[in-house]
Ligand binder design. Structure first.
Ligand code: HEM
Length: 539
């Protein structure tokens, strides 16, 4: 009886409040809420009409953008809630996220998924190069680069791999010598690794080799690092173009373009030098290959068709920029993660070193030929790639026409993102995915196991173009460091965090480590000189 009485009092009170609200001060609020509900209803209707995958909704105009936070982490939570295929409107961009490996494979093997989204950033890059181009330009350039880079040794077949191994070896020797110079004192290995890895890609593409401490190299690296930070700053502008007109953001856009100009000026000097010294019977690098192709097209009267009519030298410069940024940051970050995981997992570190000592011995350094005989070392590299997920969202794709996937409509022009970190940490695919366990990649027979849900290089038609080089390079750098040095933290220092810094890749936060020489160090010759390499900077 008492409770009924109290309930009726409460109801009466609530009625008064609602009455007051609707009729007086909060009327605008009610109108706003009404409009929001209406927009939500329209949005649900729109989604059903277009048969889009399910997903969260946000307010009109901005959509789910204000709740995005760290993209790969938020997408992971949304995938757990909405399933393997979900959609979200981020500003003016419809985004579709795939987190099931079979769906990712099914989508990315299809021609229609080879497009790239049209965003302000893509416009800054003019759709040139290889990473951001699409259509015929991308298709022809991908085939061309694939063949030419194979000629420079990016292959496991035949003698080609010897050429590449020679280049990598030269940088590994230099790194070992530089690490020895530190005499076991704690150092941040970031810049030494950046130097070695950059020299490999710069050697192949433009016959340039930088020396330690070279100001030009530091400037180039700063430009890349700043570029990544600036992309982060104007990131929202990808979804809400008006954002780029806010105070400070327009300047950031301008700085992106200015930095690109400075990088291009550096490439232009090299292109001019190459043109002056070009010898068609003695091809030195990728710049030579392109210059010969351009000349050939001119002589055959098809200069206008080459690169789909785009400016020849701009295309070459964007290719150099793409390969430098795609081939440098990724490998450097992966090597840093390998060091982090070794410091955090001393048992695994010991097993790698035991395997190296047993198979290689202490009198020589590992080579690419040794790779199949060092399964635990290779598995450790693979386990690092799985757990560090340096490119957790791959590169965004965009369907070139409306496509049906899993019964849903994926409209032309939307953004399609593969959630690689979700696949790599899925407990239904991996036993205890949070545990660092290289053995999961080794079969009972002792051979390497490569499950189809292991996809650090992406899959399908736009899969990484440098995976062969990346695997060779990571193996050579990692196995030689592990063979020659023991790594420890400074006394009392905390282990490096597994929480990385999110940029174009996810890189470990800065840390210092001691590289103590192991017993019987192998003498490393001074970097063997490649006849065409042009040394930049002082030793
Ligand atoms: C650990 C090292 C590396 C990782 C984890 C990695 C990963 C990836 C991923 C996930 C993609 C996107 C695939 C997609 O769009 O679906 C990609 C694309 C690409 N990568 Fe790598 N990559 C690495 C090293 C390299 C190296 C060394 C090169 C240089 C030769 C390179 C060149 C490229 C290029 C050119 C593309 C664009 C391909 C296209 O759009 O058709 N990558 N990479």
């Amino acid at each position: 009886m008492i409770s009924i009485l109290e309930d009726s009092k409460i109801l009466w009170g609530l009625g008064q409040v609602v009455n007051y609200c609707v009729t007086r001060t909060t009327f605008p609020l009610v109108v706003m809420m009404g409009s929001f509900l209406l927009a939500l209803l329209l949005a649900v209707h729109y989604r059903e009409m277009r048969k889009l995958p399910p997903g969260p909704w946000g307010p009109p105009v901005v959509g789910y953008l204000p709740f995005l936070g760290v993209r790969h982490k938020t997408f992971l939570e949304l995938a757990r809630c909405y399933g393997a295929l979900f959609s979200a409107r981020l500003g003016n961009q419809l985004t579709i996220v795939l987190s099931d490996y079979k769906l990712i494979r099914e989508a990315f093997r299809r021609e229609e998924f080879t497009g790239r989204p049209s965003t302000p950033l893509m416009h800054t890059l003019d759709g040139l190069g290889i990473v951001n181009s699409e259509g015929r330009l991308w298709k022809n350039q991908r085939r061309f680069l694939h063949d030419k880079l194979r000629d420079f040794g990016m292959t496991y077949l035949g003698n080609g791999k010897k050429i590449m191994e020679g280049r990598i070896k030269c940088e590994v020797y230099e790194l070992i010598a530089n690490l020895r110079r530190a005499e076991g004192a704690p150092i941040d290995a970031n810049s030494l690794l950046a130097l070695g890895v950059s020299n490999v890609i710069c050697g192949i593409t433009m016959s340039v080799r930088f020396s330690n401490g070279d100001a030009r190299f530091e400037r180039l690296n700063n430009l890349i690092e700043e570029g990544m930070r600036l992309f982060g700053e104007v990131h929202y502008g990808e979804y809400v173009p008006l954002y780029n007109y806010l105070p400070g953001k327009a300047q950031a856009q301008e700085k992106v373009a200015k930095n690109r100009e400075e990088m291009f000026a550096f490439y232009q000097t090299l292109i001019d030098e190459h043109r002056e010294t070009l010898d068609v019977d003695n091809v030195r690098d990728l710049i030579d290959v392109y210059l010969i192709e351009i000349e050939k097209a001119k002589t055959e009267g098809r200069a206008g068709e080459l690169f789909e009519g785009r400016d020849h030298e701009l295309q070459l410069k964007q290719i150099l920029g793409d390969l430098f940024s795609a081939g440098m940051e990724t490998i450097k970050s992966s090597l840093l993660w390998m060091i982090v995981f070794m410091l955090r997992n001393p048992e695994a570190k010991k097993r790698v070193q035991e395997e190296l000592d047993a198979i290689i011995g202490r009198e020589r350094l590992p080579t690419v030929e040794d790779m199949p005989h060092l399964p635990y070392t290779e598995a450790t590299i693979m386990e690092t790639l799985r757990m560090s997920n340096i490119v957790p969202l791959g590169t965004t794709h965009s369907p070139t026409k409306d496509v049906l996937l899993n019964g849903y409509n994926i409209p032309a022009g939307c953004q399609v993102i593969p959630l690689i970190n979700c696949v790599h940490m899925d407990p239904n695919l991996w036993d205890e995915p949070d545990k660092f366990n290289p053995s999961r990649f080794i079969e009972d027979s002792g051979k390497i196991r490569r499950p189809e849900f292991f996809m650090p290089f992406g899959v399908g038609r736009r899969m990484c173009l440098g995976d062969v080089l990346a695997r060779m390079e990571m193996f050579m750098f990692f196995s030689c460091i592990m063979h020659q040095f023991d790594m420890q933290m400074e006394q009392g220092a905390a282990l490096p965090s597994l929480e990385g810094t999110v940029g174009a890749t996810i890189a470990p936060k800065a840390f210092r480590v001691k590289f103590s020489p192991r017993a019987m160090p192998v003498a490393v010759p001074l970097a063997p000189d490649h006849p065409h390499l042009r040394h930049v900077g002082a030793h």
